[in-house]
Design a protein around this ligand. Structure first.
Ligand SMILES: [Cu+2]
Length: 686
């Protein structure tokens, strides 16, 4: 009984963007008999209809949050770890970023109008969920058509459209399919458009966005064989990223996937998957913002990657062989002098090869265990760079880099064991231990010029890399309860992460005024210069989700997330750690309509990173109204008002305004959160 699939965080919005074939959800669900324990991974249906950004759904998962660098540039944070540390899967696949600052973050590849669900492994991610899962695994899946149930071919589809007042945000998604019992063909597409967003006090310049996606998918199934082919094209147009030094002019990607699975006579199953991605990105600092001509720059970047994934599953066992190879480039140019260039990243290779074994089963009637081991080899290399920008200092840095030991490889070992003990029919206890590793990002290893291309850190500091960085090693412990009755549930988790060789910027050890990095940094404005280093860190905290049916029509539910991140080698804090956040929703539920009021209470964040020059933020509470009306089995309408009282607030994870010509937000101030926005949406299934 997948009871929780319908309940967490808003019954209110369930089904609004449900799968093309989703059946009418009969409500109230509190009469459902039999209560299951919380699902793994923990899934929520799509909730946000007011923004195009799937990050607004992900941040509703317990322990999850979003570092927002622009309206489409959401970087997943889970329990204080973010960016390259979190394994984000879109339809099961890890996507590489063409942008060295993660402007095309993985979530930007799946617009909210096409989302079927978002989920995460609470706490320790199983080793089978991916390579480099030190910060967990978070997933977003797109809507997919189903095979026909009868002998006849069937035509189905789903269309969604929404409008939000703030920024005149419009988005629409479409899925149309024709299917028999053995063949299925679907086309998907989406359109997102929006103008500059507003807060009580002005506008965020520039926070406009535009994005189109289109894809085709064919699937075949017969006698235990499954085959799927998928091609998608993504095109993000001019989109602001005020927390970063440049804005997106375009980010285009073609993603190909082929999957094959076969059920074996011995009861086992083999699955294979090949993926290919080709993405290109243009950004600049003068089209969506003003920059004096001497400082104007644009950058072209690209990534090409190939991935493979083979698994064999039988009974409780699964075995896998997988890997990927990514090739990155990024070059900076001066638009006013076509001869000038700087090769920021040149022929960067980051190749991963990995094997794993996992056992997921019942030890006896009372105990379940998920346990696995994974070995990974990561090989990285960079080409020789050149530049004619930045004078002698940059030339010296390039020469030093070209003479350095750029070819590096790391061997990683992941181990995990998560025990679940069923104490009573409605109470489970969970206990987990893991060791997880992550190799340095290509930015941390190969950033040779003093720049800010840091995988979306957005701390405003300039960085230099270090080819000799060691991998991060995390030791993780997790303890949780899962209490579930027909009328109420509560699933708290406490966790502790002990991370050795945590990669973080520390003050660059300059040899003096003639140090080439110091000289180049001074030439570029003289901001704080940090160098990626191995330090020691720990993170600990708790997160919980809960639900109470007050009576047949009223229900209350929510999540609370808290994390504390500290250095162990100094007494500093870690950078950009989500403040204590609690979401609470009170809903009134009828058979074909529902309304709710949600509060989002966020505490002040005073535990900031001195090393990163981070600034504090105050606490605030927002109120959102939501409503859903099921007109017929096929048509659902929804509407609501976010930030009803137009509260002015600054989200700690929202980054700093990098734009000099916004009269409403000073340069260097934290970007304001969105003001009031009324929205309406329609969802049609056929
Ligand atoms: Cu970019």
């Amino acid at each position: 009984m997948h009871y929780f699939k319908l309940l967490p965080l808003s019954l209110l919005m369930v089904g609004l963007y449900s799968n093309a074939h989703a059946e009418h959800i009969s409500l109230p669900t509190i009469s459902v008999e039999g209560i299951a324990e919380e699902e793994t991974p923990y899934v929520i249906p799509p909730l946000s209809v007011s923004t195009p950004d799937t990050g607004d759904m992900v941040k509703r998962l317990p322990g999850a949050n979003i570092n927002k660098n622009g309206p489409l540039t959401s970087v997943v944070q889970y329990r204080g770890l973010f960016g390259d540390r979190v394994n984000v899967l879109i339809d099961g696949v890890r996507i590489d970023q063409a942008g060295p600052n993660r402007m095309d973050s993985p979530l930007s590849y799946l617009p909210s109008s096409r989302v079927a669900d978002v989920s995460l492994y609470r706490g320790i991610a199983p080793v089978s969920s991916g390579i480099e899962t030190i910060g967990g695994t978070v997933m977003a899946n797109s809507k997919k058509a189903e095979f026909a149930s009868g002998d006849e071919a069937e035509l189905h589809g789903n269309a969604t459209a929404a409008y939000a007042e703030n920024g005149s945000t419009r988005h629409a998604g479409l899925l149309a399919s024709i299917a028999t019992q053995t063949h299925r063909f679907q086309v998907v597409g989406s359109v997102d458009r929006g103008d500059d967003l507003e807060f009580d006090g002005g506008k965020i310049l520039s926070s406009k966005h535009e994005r189109d996606t289109v894809g085709i998918n064919y699937a075949f199934q017969k006698l235990g064989h499954e085959l799927e082919l998928d091609i998608e094209h993504h095109d993000t147009g001019e989109t602001g990223t005020v927390a970063l030094p440049m804005d997106i002019i375009y980010a285009r990607s073609d993603n190909y996937k082929i999957k094959f699975a076969k059920a074996l006579n011995n009861g086992g199953k083999i699955s294979t998957r090949l993926t290919y991605q080709d993405a290109e990105h243009l950004m600049n600092n003068y089209q969506l913002r003003t920059k004096m001509s001497a400082m104007q720059r644009f950058a072209l970047s690209d990534v090409e990657s190939f991935g493979y994934h083979f698994t064999y599953e039988k009974d409780a066992w699964s075995f896998g062989l997988e890997g990927d190879q990514a090739d990155h480039n990024a070059t900076v140019y001066n638009p006013n002098n076509a001869t000038l260039f700087l090769e920021n990243y040149k022929d960067i290779e980051r190749d991963r090869a990995s094997i794993f074994a996992e056992w997921d089963g019942n030890l006896n009637n009372d105990w379940d265990l998920t346990s696995g081991i994974r070995f990974t080899r990561i090989s990285m290399d960079a080409g020789t760079v050149s530049t004619n920008m930045g004078g002698a200092a940059a030339a010296t840095l390039a020469t030093n880099f070209n003479n350095s030991d750029r070819s590096q490889s790391d061997n990683l070992v992941d181990l995990s064991a998560v025990f679940t003990r069923h104490l009573t029919s409605d109470l489970d206890i969970e206990f987990g231990l893991a060791r997880k590793q992550r190799a340095p990002s290509y930015q941390a290893r190969y950033l040779w010029a003093t720049m800010e291309s840091t995988s979306g850190l957005a701390d405003g500091n300039n960085y230099v890399g270090d080819v000799n960085l060691k991998p991060e090693t995390a030791y993780q412990a997790e303890l949780g309860l899962d209490w579930h009755t027909p009328k109420a549930s509560f699933s708290p988790r406490v966790f502790y992460h002990h991370i050795n060789d945590y990669i973080q910027g520390t003050t660059y050890a300059s040899s003096g005024m003639m140090d080439p990095a110091t000289m180049l940094n001074n030439m570029m404005g003289g901001g704080t210069l940090l160098q990626y280093s191995n330090v020691d860190a720990k993170l600990y905290g708790m997160d919980a989700n809960w639900f109470v049916a007050l009576n047949d029509t009223w229900q209350l539910e929510g999540t609370v997330s808290y994390v504390r991140g500290e250095r162990r080698d100094t007494n500093d804090n870690l950078y950009r750690i989500a403040p204590l956040t609690a979401r609470t929703m009170l809903s009134y539920v009828q058979t074909d309509w529902r309304v709710g009021i949600e509060t989002e209470a966020v505490a002040a964040q005073n535990k900031i990173s001195t090393e990163n020059n981070e600034s504090k933020t105050g606490g605030y509470a927002l109120f959102n109204l939501t409503g859903l009306y099921q007109v017929s089995e096929a048509i659902k309408l929804s509407a609501g008002i976010n930030n009803v009282f137009d509260r002015q607030y600054q989200n700690h994870l929202g980054g700093y305004n990098r734009i000099s010509d916004n009269p409403d937000i000073a340069q260097g101030d934290r970007v304001y959160g969105l003001g009031r926005s009324a929205y309406a949406a329609v969802n049609i299934n056929w």
